[in-house]
Each structure stands twice: as C-alpha cells, then as structure tokens.
Design a protein around this ligand. Structure first.
Ligand SMILES: [Cu+2]
Length: 449
C-alpha cells in the first residue's frame, strides 16, 4: 500500500522557497511505478484545509476509482482518507492529480509509470521529466487567479496582458506555422516560473547518464495553462509513445506537449553537459534542466538550443503501431462537440453549455463512439477523456492516428477521435487547461446499462 498525504508544505523550487500544497511534502509527488497487470493500492490522507481527490490521468481503471467528486466518489474531506485500488491495464507514462477546482495548479501532482513486462524497446537508462507552470507562493494563488478571471479580469495583473479572447478571430481563420503552431493566443495566465521536476534555475534538475547511453525520457506536462516546446541541446529526439501507447517511432528536433499529454522519447546521449529546455509555447518563459554525462560547465538557463526552431514533432506526425491500432469500424454513436469561450464572463463551454448545465453524452458498452471536436475559439484546448484511450482519426490514406487520451484541438480546428466503449461508468470529458475546466469546459460520458 502506497501512502499519499495531501498536505501543505514548504518546498524549494531550485532556489525559491514557497509554501504550497503537495503530496508527501514534495513537488512533484512521489513517482509511483508498477508493472501492467498489477494492482495499485494507494491510501490518500487529506491534511489540506480543503476537500480533495486523486485522479489517475490516462489509466483505464474501474470507474469508482477515477477520483471525480460527485461523479465517482465523495470528495475526501480534511482529516479524512480514501483507499484507491485498481488494476493497471496498460503500460505507459501517466500521472496523478486532484480533480477539484484548480488544486492541480499547486504542487499536487506526481508521475505514475506502468512498466511493460514485454518491453520491446532497448535503452540503458530512463528519466521522468515532469513539466509545470508555477504561480503558488510566487505570484497569486491559483484560486485567486481563477477568481480574477471570472470577475472579467483577463487584462489585469496575473493574467496574460493583451489577452484578447474571441475578438481577434472574427474571420474564423487561425494561422499556424512552425513559429506559432498553436496560434497566437496560447494561455490565459502568466505563470512566473516554469519547472522541470519541481525545479527552476538557478538550481535546476540535473539528469545524469553516461556518454553514448540510450536514454528514455518520459515527458509529462502537468501544467495548468501552458503547452511546452521541448528540445535537448545537441540531440535529436525519437518519439516512441504518446499518452502511454506506442507509436511508430518519429525522429525530430523538438516536441510540442500540451497540458495532460505525455510523450516517451529515446535519445542517444552525447558526451558533455546539455540543456533540456521546455519553452512555454507563445508565452516567453521556459523550464530548464540539465543532462550531464561528463564534467563541464553547466549551460546558462537562457541558452537557446537551435533544435527548438528545427523540426517540431506534433500529434499530426504520429501513427499508432499495429498492436494498438483500433482498426476501421463504422461508429455506432457520434457526438459533435463545439468548443467555445465567452471572454466577457470567462465561461468556457462544450456545445454552448458549462459543466453544470451539460446533459451527459450517452453511450452503450460495445459501441464504437466517434467524437468530433470543433474548436470555435481562438485558443487551443487539450481535450481529455477519462477511462479510455481513443484513436485520433485522419483524413484520407495517412494511416492510423495515435492512441491518446488527451489531444490538442487548435483554434478553429476540427479533430475526430474514436474509441471502443468498453469501460462502463460515468467518465469526464474536458479541456485540460485547469482554468478552462474550472470555468465550465467539461462534460460527462455516461454508459447506459
Ligand atoms: Cu481549453
């Protein structure tokens, strides 16, 4: 039995000491690691001054363990506990965080690695790389930021200056290119710090390896409002898994990771000291860590690896491997989901409704379900489905898309995903921008019995 205590703590973010909410007094929380097929047992103790839960992001677990208050369990009140127990069906890189308000924009998150007993890949060493945008104890708290946004304070301190919401999208045409792959408006919140494994400069995370080893990096974006562009100076990156599930390997120079997404990378490491940079896409800040394989000076935190502006790998470049391809099957149920934002009231909606207004999307066990996300706003939304790993669909003959549980839908873009309805229960479907989710962009998928 693993013990996770949600508790306020004073932590060092690599030179900056802050008071925040944590699991077990650390940020990130402890790395949990089991093999596929094993049973996870976790006792949550809540020593926060607020009710909380744990959601096991990306895991196709039994519904009662999914950690969604008022849907799968009662929230765990201060001083109380809850035991999570579930089988881990699929190997991969996952993470855990509360599903209450904007608590996950504090320090309440940690990685969950499910090892593959039949691992096909060959590598010498691995490291988990958890990216985060940070404000608690440095800038305003997440709750204060949300309150300001909901008071119509989009242009006030603590939020992105000049954030113009819907009004610059009048033509309905969003421009993407290698410079701005998510469009021109990439966030609502100005986080003062960006972290790799809980640390920023001047005392960043150091990953150690030996020269010429093959390293597996398990990259997790635990951020609330930030997509990251990741590059490792002097190296190329080969993407092998998306959201835990294998893809046909694709090699590039940089990788775009939305909130809630995970990517596994293989890197043949050189001899020296290298900057691992995660630029806050479109925001002008960055997370920074160091990969060290020999003696030498630490690179400066503001170093700009050329790889950042070379070949950028996005979800559009990825294909499922044959082993996890769901294959073609006519959908038996289809939902169109319009993603909209009303900036005057900071209200984010699916089909015009906030979470509390939404009618659950009905499905039946055994169905092939198609979801068509139509983003009608000028911000990207990483849309996340609980309890399932859908397959991103492609036009024409471009091959099977990747299996994922979180997919970026860019401004004015339409993305179609399909999944097999094989895990009964009530499952959340929402934007993984913590502020959009809290401001309504969430609905429920409900199995009919
Ligand atoms: Cu969103």
């Amino acid at each position: 039995m693993v013990s996770l205590t949600a508790v306020p703590a004073t932590i060092d973010l690599g030179g900056r000491v802050v008071r925040t909410w944590t699991f077990n007094g650390a940020v990130p929380g402890p790395e949990l690691r089991l093999r596929a097929g094993q049973v996870m047992r976790v006792r949550l103790h809540n020593r926060l001054p607020a009710a909380t839960t744990i959601h096991w992001h990306g895991i196709a677990l039994r519904n009662a363990m999914d950690g969604v208050p008022e849907v799968t369990q009662r929230a765990v009140e201060p001083g109380e506990g809850f035991t999570y127990q579930f089988t881990l069906p699929d190997p991969g890189t996952y993470f855990y965080h509360p599903h209450v308000g904007v608590q996950s924009d504090r320090g309440l998150y940690g990685p969950l690695v499910v090892e593959d007993p039949h691992e096909a890949g060959r590598y010498d060493r691995e490291a988990v790389v958890v990216l985060d945008d940070w404000t608690d104890g440095v800038g305003p708290s997440p709750d204060r930021i949300l309150a300001r946004l909901q008071r119509g304070g989009m242009r006030h301190m603590g939020t992105m200056a000049g954030m113009s919401g819907m009004d610059h999208g009048a033509g309905g045409v969003a421009m993407f290119d290698a410079v701005s792959p998510l469009g021109g408006d990439t966030g609502d919140v100005r986080h003062p710090l960006y972290l790799v494994n809980g640390r920023a400069s001047p005392s960043p995370t150091v990953l150690a390896a030996r020269p010429h080893q093959r390293m597996r990096l398990r990259v997790v974006n635990a951020g609330a409002d930030t997509a990251f562009r990741v590059a490792l100076g002097g190296h190329r990156l080969t993407v092998t898994h998306a959201d835990g599930f294998p893809v046909r390997p694709v090699t590039g120079d940089a990788l775009l990771v939305g909130m809630g997404e995970r990517y596994d990378l293989l890197v043949d490491v050189g001899d020296g000291v290298f900057p691992l940079v995660a630029v806050a896409e479109g925001k002008g800040g960055r997370a920074f860590a160091v990969l060290r394989t020999s003696r030498g000076a630490t690179p400066r935190a503001d170093v700009g690896p050329a790889e950042l502006d070379r070949l950028l790998v996005t979800v559009a470049d990825l294909r499922a491997t044959g082993a996890v391809d769901l294959g073609k099957r006519p959908p038996t149920r289809s939902y169109r989901l319009a993603l909209d934002g009303d900036m005057d009231n900071y209200r984010w909606t699916i089909n015009g409704k906030t979470h509390h207004q939404a009618v659950p999307l009905e499905v039946q066990e055994g169905e092939r379900v198609r979801l068509v996300f139509e983003n009608r706003s000028m911000m990207f939304h990483p849309m996340h489905l609980h309890g399932h790993t859908f397959q991103v669909q492609r036009e024409g003959s471009r091959g099977p898309g990747p299996r994922k549980d979180t997919v970026i839908v860019r401004p004015m873009e339409r993305i179609t995903v399909e999944f097999e309805a094989a895990n009964p229960g009530r499952w959340m479907l929402h934007c993984h921008n913590a502020y959009h989710q809290a401001a309504g962009m969430m609905t429920t998928l409900a199995y009919q019995s």
